[in-house]
Design a binder for this molecule. Structure first.
Ligand code: PHE
Ligand code: FE
Length: 287
């Protein structure tokens, strides 16, 4: 979302898609997937949101080898109409939004090396599939993602992408949800991370604040380490209602005149679930 390949690589289609070329993965690459999968599935019991765990089951997301995008897409399409397509890396914003607006989720085909299990700079196929795809099988979340794509195309014309991208960051990538049995994870950036899956829920370092649309769109975020603040929603329905059903034009106007908020700030107007001690030593490289 933040940076992208400057030019469409040779071999990529006009919409930037490439073949996944599932047959060309090595045994070692499949083994990396298996290792990550086994580790996360253990860790996420009791931590991931119910619809995410349901999605993993329903999609029969593989515990043996990197999933074949076509097979996975056929199962996903039956549930919510979404498909997964391969791209060579981060793509330009309008390409990304255009795919989302048409219920196509873009995913990298490459997988991290065995010595990068805990940290890598760019999203790989484990993050993109394991982190994002299960929730695309939830009908309400599926609608939210499509609406976000349409909203992105619109935000480009308002020059308000930076504000809208913060909404994606603090929901789709790093969101927490309050369920009957307590706080759970639904953000893909957390769900695919061994360290942050525990940190986001259990560390006393970060803030945990009830989601507020305008507040979130004003808040800067870190890309080099765990988040210093997480925002908590009560349901995907409510999130969808506040975003998809709203006209962001007046909001973008208002935000022009409001300053940014630091990633670790707590405001008097926040509904704070946990005020972070901010005692994590931020190193600039996760892990
Ligand atoms: N409704 C928003 C607009 O008017 C678009 C949007 C939808 C943004 C869903 C985020 C999520 O631009
Ligand atoms: Fe992601």
């Amino acid at each position: 979302m933040t940076a992208s390949l400057a030019k469409r690589p040779p071999g990529a289609a006009p919409d930037w898609t490439i073949p996944q070329a599932w047959n060309s993965y090595s045994a070692e690459e499949h083994a990396v997937w298996d290792k990550l999968y086994a580790r996360q599935i253990e860790l996420l019991k009791g931590r991931a949101s119910a619809p995410f765990l349901r999605g993993l089951e329903n999609l029969r997301m593989s515990r043996s080898g990197i999933p074949d995008f076509e097979e996975l897409s056929d199962r996903l399409q039956k549930l919510t109409g979404w498909r997964v397509v391969a791209v060579p890396g981060l793509v330009p914003d309008e390409v990304f939004f255009e795919h989302l607006a048409n219920r196509r989720f873009v995913a990298g085909r490459f997988i991290r090396k065995p010595d990068q299990l805990d940290y890598l700079e760019e999203p790989d196929v484990f993050h993109d599939l394991f982190g994002h795809v299960p929730l695309l099988s939830d009908p309400v979340f599926a609608d939210y993602m499509q609406a976000y794509g349409l909203g992105g195309l619109r935000a480009i014309t308002f020059h308000s992408l930076q504000k809208l991208a913060r909404l994606y960051w603090y929901t789709v990538e790093f969101g927490l949800i309050r369920e009957q049995s307590g706080l759970k994870l639904y953000g893909a950036g957390i769900l695919s991370s061994f360290g942050e899956s525990v940190f986001a829920l259990e560390s006393n370092s970060p803030n945990r604040i009830l989601f507020d649309l305008e507040r979130v769109m004003r808040t800067r975020y870190r890309i080099d380490d765990y988040q210093q603040s997480y925002f908590v929603i009560d349901s995907f329905k409510e999130l969808l209602h506040q975003t998809a059903d709203a006209d962001f034009a007046p909001l973008y106007d208002r935000l022009e005149h409001l300053g940014d908020i630091a990633p670790d700030a707590v405001l008097a107007s926040d509904q704070v679930l946990h005020r972070g001690l901010q005692n994590r030593v931020y190193s600039g490289t996760k892990g």
